[in-house]
Unconditional design. Structure first.
Length: 491
């Protein structure tokens, strides 16, 4: 950091009025005993020549409290601790909202986040990134990020209220949501990114703090894998009628199978992997809503050609729509084993294990297994152990209940499975009430047709997918091999 100090300058006890041509004085706290000064950028701002002169001419002095700086910043703690007589400190204003962000931080740590004047409210998403970058540079973040969280929440809301949720907005704000620990926004935006974008980019950093792009790449692996998971559900369900026709013996089966695929192709939705290269999953689902198909044959000897194809497509739509709730900050935090000192392996496992089929215990917002799975930040071998244990328990429970088999693809209803005391202690989950009835309808077409089609597997479709993914991961950890995971999960 470019820092110049003037230890001999007198401490500024009172605010000076702004003089014509003099520095702009900003009194953050009335009884200040320290000055943070921003000098104009050393290099002219190439991108905005019209504003460059004005910005170059302005020196800004923030009148602040030394004690508050030390309390809220590791950076100032070090500098002021070693130089007790220091009266002011000077930094270069790098432009692009740098001064604006520093003022937000200084006001928030001194007077609280709700005292910011209107002109500091963020109406541009870029400001969220600059606030993170400046916060890190001055040592306010990450430890004191909560001091400006309300400011970020307004910034987030402003973006959504003015223009709505778009791929651009989601790419710009998903990572800041994780930094500011905005669990609801993070889940919503990461879900949106999985369903409504189809490239490999999940982040757009409009600020000049380019090093943050590296941190933001943590989203790439989980979201790419989550998208592949939704794709596999669509593919499995849409392929179901074709598999059924392949097992039929009637002469009309081939034409029916061909015409069914043709109807999907007419919507540009088949084959799925080709459609996925062209469109986001959300658009494919919208197109599938238009699916209509009536087999030409009227005298099918096997009866298989009379299959309800529209129903199969509707099941594919429904299952795909609710396959992924977004990434969960609480699951991500909880599964990062290294973050908790002195935690035993057993405690770690217990904290991350589902409770009676509920995958979002102690999470701020409700979600299913896929969100838990893709939010996993610990060793993949541990995740596999947890899944295996869960399946063993589920099987034991089914045996105890006396049921030979369970319907596949149904998530247990939370309300019926969680003891009352546990529910009372759980934080309110905004998505949970809406999800439960949907999840109950989230039944695989295979399960519905298992009896009449002779298709008989006892394995949950999702289990199959997660098993395959775990097998492909081997002993690698997500944290170690995030890029490798991208490829392996997709391939
Ligand atoms: Zn037939
Ligand atoms: Zn969670």
């Amino acid at each position: 950091m470019d820092v110049t100090t003037n230890a001999s300058a007198p401490a500024a006890a009172t605010a000076k009025p702004k003089l014509a041509g003099g520095p702009l004085q900003i009194v953050v706290v009335p009884n200040s005993d320290f000055v943070v000064q921003l000098t104009p950028a050393a290099k002219p701002l190439v991108e905005k020549p019209a504003n460059a002169a004005a910005q170059r001419a302005r020196v800004v002095q923030f009148r602040v409290s030394r004690a508050v700086l030390q309390e809220n910043s590791s950076f100032f703690q070090t500098i002021l601790g070693s130089r007790p007589n220091l009266a002011d400190i000077t930094f270069e204003n790098k432009g692009g909202g740098f001064g604006h962000a520093l003022e937000i931080w200084l006001r928030a740590i001194h007077n609280g986040p709700h005292t910011l004047p209107n002109n500091l409210k963020a109406t541009r998403m870029e400001r969220a990134w600059v606030a993170i970058g400046v916060g890190e540079q001055f040592g306010f973040a990450p430890n004191h990020i909560d001091k400006i969280k309300p400011w970020f929440l307004e910034c987030y809301q402003y973006a959504l209220d003015n223009g709505g949720l778009t791929p651009f907005v989601a790419c710009c704000l998903a990572f800041p949501c994780s930094v500011f620990d905005h669990a609801e926004g993070f889940m919503k935006l990461t879900k949106y990114l999985a369903y409504h974008t189809n490239g490999s980019l999940f982040t757009n950093n409009p600020s000049s703090f380019h090093h943050l792009n590296h941190d933001a790449r943590v989203l790439d692996g989980p979201l790419t894998a989550a998208r592949a998971h939704i794709q596999s559900i669509l593919e499995t369900e849409l392929t179901f009628p074709i598999d059924k026709l392949h097992r039929a013996t009637c002469p009309c089966r081939k034409e029916t199978a061909f015409d069914y695929e043709d109807a999907l192709r007419a919507l540009d939705c088949w084959p799925i992997d080709r459609a996925m290269q062209q469109y986001p999953i959300g658009e494919i689902i919208d197109e599938l809503e238009k699916f209509e198909f009536t087999p030409k044959t009227i005298k099918c000897s096997s009866g298989i050609c009379a299959h309800d194809f529209k129903n199969s497509v509707n099941i594919a739509i429904r299952r795909a729509k609710y396959a992924f709730d977004g990434l969960c900050l609480d699951c991500m935090e909880r599964s990062q084993i290294d973050h908790v000192d002195g935690q035993t392996r057993q405690t770690f496992l217990e904290k991350n294990t589902p409770f009676k089929g509920c995958w979002d215990i102690d999470c701020r917002f409700g979600h299913g297994r896929a969100s838990w799975y893709y939010s996993w930040m610990g060793p993949s071998s541990v995740r596999r152990d947890i899944l295996n244990k869960y399946r063993e328990e589920k099987k034991a429970m089914d045996v105890a209940k006396g049921s030979h088999r369970t319907r596949r693809g149904i998530r247990p209803s939370k309300d019926s499975n969680i003891p009352t005391t546990r529910v009372a202690s759980m934080p309110l989950k905004s998505q949970a009430p809406a999800r439960t009835p949907i999840a109950q309808n989230n039944t695989s077409d295979k399960a519905n047709n298992a009896q009449d089609s002779g298709y008989d597997h006892d394995v949950d479709d999702e289990d199959e997918f997660f098993d395959a993914e775990d097998a492909s991961l081997g002993g690698h950890t997500v944290t170690d091999d995030i890029e490798e995971l991208d490829h392996e999960a997709v391939n």
